[in-house]
Design a protein around this ligand. Structure first.
Ligand code: MV4
Length: 503
């Protein structure tokens, strides 16, 4: 096993990986940009190395500086987390050359799954259902027009180097095909440096269901069931859960086997996620492979009992996969809400600034994966994810209640967050009945307004709660809970919530 791992990331995911290292008796090295000097991951790691200015291209994406930091600290392996260098075949290859273990897939597998058209060819050959459409890049408009006619409108234009929704557009008629292709190629060129686009049949309002898979370096493969990730806004996931309300045991079995086959034919190792679209008739289609640990991995951990980060580290160290498919099962239901520093009532603009007060929810079946603390300045340079709130309960209904209750108990003052938006999503009747499709936010939350109020009462109670809590911590003495002199902001808030007048 490794003695020391460098974590080439920041925020909540760096903290999550550091925790796994600690539990495994592995020393951790954090890297940080100048904007993250005071970051929680820097404080949690055993060592920390500055790697440059705030812009990610000059720090978290600078492979020379990261490799140099690993060399200087004697780290034997690098965990990339998600985003940044996680799915970059050149970085994986560079690590292979330098004799540093990249905790993720080999560079050949990364290259294959990063090329959507090649991945479609490979998967079709292996008998995996793919969305009807092109299996190669065409040279001329006439070829695209002929393919579109064959597929049948509406069609979707996708970038071969794309993924995650970038550079996609829907075309409904033949007249719109040329301008759509031209715009799509332009966008693909500027976003990925590659203008190749292809066409697929457009699937209306599908569900996004993905499977977690683990593969060791000798080809043993297991899947850890699905995650339903349909609740998204502009291709940014907001709420994820498992099991998916849309799967039957029989469909789950078939999709799980298909997911394993996808990794097998890709020559893939380490953790991966196979994304599928599920249409109205519950037909599933392979979409793409996410070759990384995913943001939403905790819902799988809570329902299967498997620590995915520890599994990644063991696989990277050359250990044999110790999990058997027959021994794996899903227990209960887990839901994750992503807490973003953004203003949902103000066009979802990112919100940065100092966290003046933070109270994280706790309780049975409540997990909070955060990268934040009271007094920390949220920098403007990176993805606005602050933390993830994840709950587990026996049933979906109980999990919904639990996450709502936890969000009621979650206080972040000083910056704007999407918490009230999340509460409205979970308590929406369509969410509660499991009608989660990719069109959910557009159909139900266009022009959403924050109705949490009267705001003033709430803010006063929260400010008082903040004061109360910090006083109590500082003095390490518990004030009397009953009696006239013992004002309890929690009691005041509670009474306000159930509609009673506070004393
Ligand atoms: C599609 C589609 C409909 N038809 N492909 C978006 C992310 C990217 N990985 C693939 N995406 C889609 N591909 C065809 N042929 C609809 C989407 C899509 C979507 C997929 C998953 C989750 C949310 C989504 C939101 C809008 C569109």
């Amino acid at each position: 096993m490794f003695k020391k791992i460098l974590i080439a990331n920041r925020g909540e995911i760096a903290c999550r990986i550091i925790r796994a290292c600690r539990e495994m008796g592995i020393a951790s090295v954090a890297v940080f940009s100048e904007a993250d000097r005071a970051g929680l991951h820097v404080q949690m790691a055993d060592q920390a190395v500055g790697i440059g200015p705030p812009p990610a291209v000059e720090s978290y994406l600078d492979t020379d500086r990261i490799v140099a930091a690993a060399r200087a600290t004697g780290a034997e392996a690098i965990h990339p987390g998600y985003g940044f260098l996680a799915e970059n075949p050149e970085f994986s290859r560079r690590c292979e050359k330098e004799g540093i273990v990249f905790i993720g897939p080999n560079s050949r597998a990364l290259e294959l799954v990063g090329d959507k058209v090649r991945a479609r060819q490979t998967m079709e050959k292996a008998g995996i259902p793919i969305i009807p459409g092109m299996k190669r890049i065409a040279a001329e408009l006439s070829e695209y027009a002929a393919e579109a006619k064959k597929i049948g409108y509406p069609v979707m234009i996708k970038a071969s180097a794309g993924g995650g929704g970038k550079g996609m557009r829907v075309v409904y008629t033949e007249e719109d095909l040329r301008p759509g292709l031209e715009a799509g190629q332009r966008e693909a060129k500027s976003a990925f440096g590659d203008e190749s686009v292809y066409l697929e049949k457009y699937i209306e309002n599908p569900r996004h269901v993905e499977f977690q898979v683990l593969a060791d370096n000798d080809g043993r493969i297991v899947h850890l069931f699905e995650r339903e990730c349909s609740i998204q806004r502009r291709h940014q996931k907001i709420v994820e859960e498992t099991p998916s309300p849309a799967l039957t045991p029989e469909l789950r079995q078939r999709m799980g086997e298909a997911a394993k086959k996808v990794l097998e034919v890709a020559g893939y190792n380490n953790a991966g996620t196979v994304e599928f679209l599920l249409d109205k008739n519950r037909e599933f289609y392979f979409l793409e492979v996410n070759a990384r640990l995913q943001v939403e991995h905790p819902v799988t951990e809570l329902t299967t009992g498997v620590d995915l980060v520890q599994q990644q580290i063991r696989i990277a160290a050359g250990e044999k996969l110790a999990l058997n498919q027959e021994d794996l099962s899903q227990r209960g239901h887990a839901i994750e809400c992503r807490i973003y520093a953004e203003d949902p009532a103000g066009g979802f603009l990112p919100s940065s600034g100092k966290i003046l007060f933070l109270k994280e929810p706790k309780g049975p079946g409540v997990r909070h994966d955060g990268g934040i603390y009271s007094g920390w300045d949220v920098p403007i340079y990176y993805d606005p994810i602050l933390a993830k709130l994840i709950v587990w309960a026996e049933t979906r209904e109980a999990a919904c209640r639990r996450i709502l209750s936890a969000m009621d108990d979650y206080i972040i003052l000083g910056i704007k967050t999407n918490i009230s938006f999340l509460k409205d999503i979970i308590s929406h009747p369509s969410f509660l009945e499991g009608a989660t499709t990719t069109g959910f936010i557009k159909s139900h939350f266009e022009g959403w307004e924050d109705k949490e109020g009267p705001e003033e009462t709430l803010m006063l109670a929260l400010a008082a709660a903040a004061f109360f809590d910090s006083q109590r911590t500082r003095e390490a003495g518990v004030p009397p809970l009953r009696g006239k002199e013992a004002f309890s902001p929690w009691r005041a808030l509670g009474k306000w919530r159930i509609g009673e007048k506070s004393d």
